[in-house]
Design a protein around this ligand. Sequence first.
Ligand SMILES: Cc1cc2nc3c(=O)[nH]c(=O)nc-3n(C[C@H](O)[C@H](O)[C@H](O)COP(=O)(O)O)c2cc1C
Length: 362
Amino acid sequence: MLETNVTRLLRIKYPIIQAPMAGGPTTPGLVAAVSNAGGLGSLGAGYLAPEQVRSAIREIRQLTDRPFGVNLFVPEESRASDETISKMNEVLNGYREKLGIDANPAIPKYSESFEEQAEVLLEENVPVFSFTFGIPSAKRLEAMRQQGIVLVGTATTVDEAMKLEAAGVHAITAQGSEAGGHRGTFLKKAEESLIGTMALVPQMVDLVSVPVIASGGIMDGRGLVASLALGASAVQMGTAFLACSESGAHTAFKQKILTANEDSTEITSVYSGKAARGIRTEFMREMEAYTSDIPEYPIQNALTRDIRQAAARANNPEYMSLWAGQGLRLAGERTAAETVEVVIKQAEELVSLMGKLGGKRS
Ligand SMILES: Cc1cc2nc3c(=O)[nH]c(=O)nc-3n(C[C@H](O)[C@H](O)[C@H](O)COP(=O)(O)O)c2cc1C
């Protein structure tokens, strides 16, 4: 009943993609459980070292023989002077002191090597490669395509979608402004590219010919059916899977997901230097005073890592990043398979109800 271009492209039963969520939530167990349930599980591998990416992929393969995706962050140029970094470290040292960790930690590198991570994806021959924050080189994409890997890019505007299509991706994730986590914006400023899912999806569908995957604020069968009605061929859901039993999100984070509301989130750059939507925290509120001093992504992300990790060890969500979308009241504490099942059941009921309503009118 819910077969689409994307279910055929990805060889999955249902048009549901569990969003890649770097930083811990998308464990191999979660990815495999979603794929086993008929959706597409995706590993958020952006922060993993190449050998960690390889072992996570191998673990997923031990848990499922179904297709799955692996997601990486396309690297971007960023620079910060020693002065900017030491100024920010002075501010962050206050948090480090409160958390009992060392001031001015040594940071050997700001991010993992995208090219080395991508090489692992080729060597392991992953079924689906999705990416965000830009477009990988033509050479890299061609190597993936040659090997039969399905390519999925992320766009927050129609112009970005057209660039992705020209680069030869097989499908595009339309990331609406409701979405949790980092914005995939790569052409304009993030604040100039905040288009809601309802407005973004049909405009993108009209202007690109590859299938569009709706993402941002989609939490249940209603969101799935609405997305299909807008012309999307599947949905990508993140927040809906965060509190699942297989999710690796911290317990305090899961608790926040289950108790927060539609107005609990905000878009902030204070954690990473890049705009991202998350549940408001003390850190977000206090760091607002320093927004003009924040180095760009991934520098700020690396600078705050020890603070976020120490906060997690101390079960203190106020200094952790709690990335989440605006559909929070609809999040539930289910297994991943139950989540897929509930969404599909509700969508199928709605589709048959709509058929009846249409029947009455004719
Ligand atoms: C905790 C969290 C981490 C995320 N990490 C990634 C990521 O690593 N790569 C990516 O492409 N998108 C990432 N996203 C964004 C999702 O792909 C997707 O756009 C978003 O979850 C959709 O909105 P929703 O959370 O309202 O479902 C993340 C989202 C969340 C909530």
